[in-house]
Design a protein around this ligand. Sequence first.
Ligand SMILES: Nc1nc2c(ncn2[C@@H]2O[C@H](COP(=O)(O)OP(=O)(O)O)[C@@H](O)[C@H]2O)c(=O)[nH]1
Ligand SMILES: [Mg+2]
Length: 691
Amino acid sequence: MSLTNKQIQQDYSADCQSILSAIQDTFNLVEEMEELGTNVCYPPSTSTLNVLQTAAGAQTKQSSQLSACMKHLGNLAKRVSNPISKVLVTGDVNSGKSSLVNALLNKDILPVDQQPCTSIFCQVYSYTNQNDSEDQVHAIMDVDHYEKANTDTYHTIEARHLYRTIVDQDIPYKMLNVYTARNDQLLKRESLLHNDIVDVVLIDSPGLNTDSVKTTSVFARQEEIDVVVFVVSAENHFTLSGKEFLMNVAQEKKHIFIVVNRFDSIRDQERCKRLILQQIELVSPATFAQTEELVHFVSVAQRADSAAFTRLEQSLRSFVLCNRSLSKLTPAKTYLHNVLQDVNFIAVFNEDNAREQLNTVVNELESTFLPDMNNLVETAGFVQNSLEQLTQNALESIERTTFNLVKETTSDVALNKCIESVTYPGLRLAWQYAQDISDALASHLQSDLYRIEEQANQGTTECIDKMNHFVVEQLTKWNHTAVADAHNTHSTTPSTQHQRIHINVQARDFLLERRFVNNKKVALSCLGATGATVMFFKCISVKDMTLDFLHRYLNPLLDDPTANLPSRRIVANCVAAAGILSLGWTAYSFIAAVPLALRSNLKLKFQAAVENEKLQENTKHLITHGVQSILDSKNTAIASRIQQLIQEKQKEKQQLEDRVASAQSVLDQYNSLAFRSNALLVKIKASLHEN
Ligand SMILES: Nc1nc2c(ncn2[C@@H]2O[C@H](COP(=O)(O)OP(=O)(O)O)[C@@H](O)[C@H]2O)c(=O)[nH]1
Ligand SMILES: [Mg+2]
């Protein structure tokens, strides 16, 4: 190996390593994009994309496009590290492709014809270390499963039958692999095929026409094709098919090695050159820029001792060897450049979207949600305090009212009215009368207590209504359902078992006590009765004293015949009558005072019982307690609903925060993708410019 070749080899190895690592980095970026899956948005206009443009718009196609890209990158890596260099020779029918391959091989191995004859691709392996004594032809039906060592994967054809196989339109083969015998002629000099660096494989292809242009373009764009040699007939210039082919492969193969053949048959060669170069400038500007090395006007048929052909051979060898990175690595770099540009474009596009989404959700959280939530929390506190105050006020009012109403219902006026409603049935039924009064008082109290309770309940309901209205008014804007619930809640009033007061009638209740007498007539009667009674007893003692007096002082009179005996009897009888009268008056007075005494005594007794049994206090406590428990449970229910509202808000807040976090992480991802793809792109661009 010459020193130059060694240098080329070293440079190439370093270039290879850097491109392999760039391929790996690009692969990682595309893989990350694939992992982002449907989250990746593609720009509406895909004309800006190079490789991934078919993925735009159709979500289903995106992942397959990315997978295809990753597969392609994998193949590129394989290709870059593969020592075989494949050279595709293509061009119009009869332009001299097969002739050129034979010329490069320095051996007429492929059939040449004036009529179109090559119908399939023929790969000619002509390694310098080849030791076979005879040419071998493998006719392959399934290219993907072909293995040279496995005879089941191909048919062996004798070299002399090659022409027949190639021209046969009905052959079932997709590809012919031709392994040439050891060629000592070739080994004598340095040539394209004898270079010590790469194993060159020449591929002869069917002529381009409207049918084959697509197939050949696809073939040429394969990453394993390092160099495309385009043979154009000097007589025909570039045909439409030729131009279409060059346009198709321009993305992957910027530089095309152009052989303008049959130049011997051209009379005005300068004009021909000028016209063809004009065409090249249009169809492949990169090639035109290196016309000296890449465009050759030759006559393959007259190659022997042709300086032009020798220069072609040297240029092609340089193109493959010296500019190997151009032919082999540039397609890889170009592809990487295109992919990275796409990835960067998509990443930046999505980065902008992600930033917008992040801003939207942050704005939603900070400008709308959080103020609203703080407002709710504040309002909730205010509502709860206000409801407590409302409850407190209602309770105090009910307590006060209840206390006063009970007082009123046991007042003299109320009890007198109740007692007066009971008719006195006469002395004979005086005991029953007393019982009736006692019963009337008890039932009067019971019914009044229920009435009082009813009134308290009404106050409770009013308070609950106020509470409901207040809650609705304050919280409507946050949750209609909760508010509706609050509105529909009705209070249930417990029927309180009220304290019963029942007095027992006793004999002394029939007696009128002086201290209770406040009526003149009654006072006089009482006074009379008492006076009569006193007089009665006084008369008895006067009589005794009189008799004693008579006996002591009138005895002499009695004994005296002149004494007046009848007058003595009259005095005694008068005294007795006065006593009887006095007794009658006393009895009458007692009987007349019975109803009065009963009314007064029983009322006082009832009031005393009310006092003793703390009815006022007890009733107040009983009713207030019931009301309080209703209002407390109402407050608890409202508080729990408000708490629920706040919890729902907190859940929403958490969801929004999660959305912020995920939007931030998406933004970070695209940020990193955009940054790394850009850094790689800069590197690849610089290395492309070096070439
Ligand atoms: N005049 C002339 N004829 C050539 C030249 N090279 C090839 N031919 C002829 O052109 C015809 C087609 O050649 P071939 O190699 O089969 O063309 P292909 O169809 O592109 O493979 C054959 O008859 C060749 O003899 C050349 O340089 N000058
Ligand atoms: Mg041919």
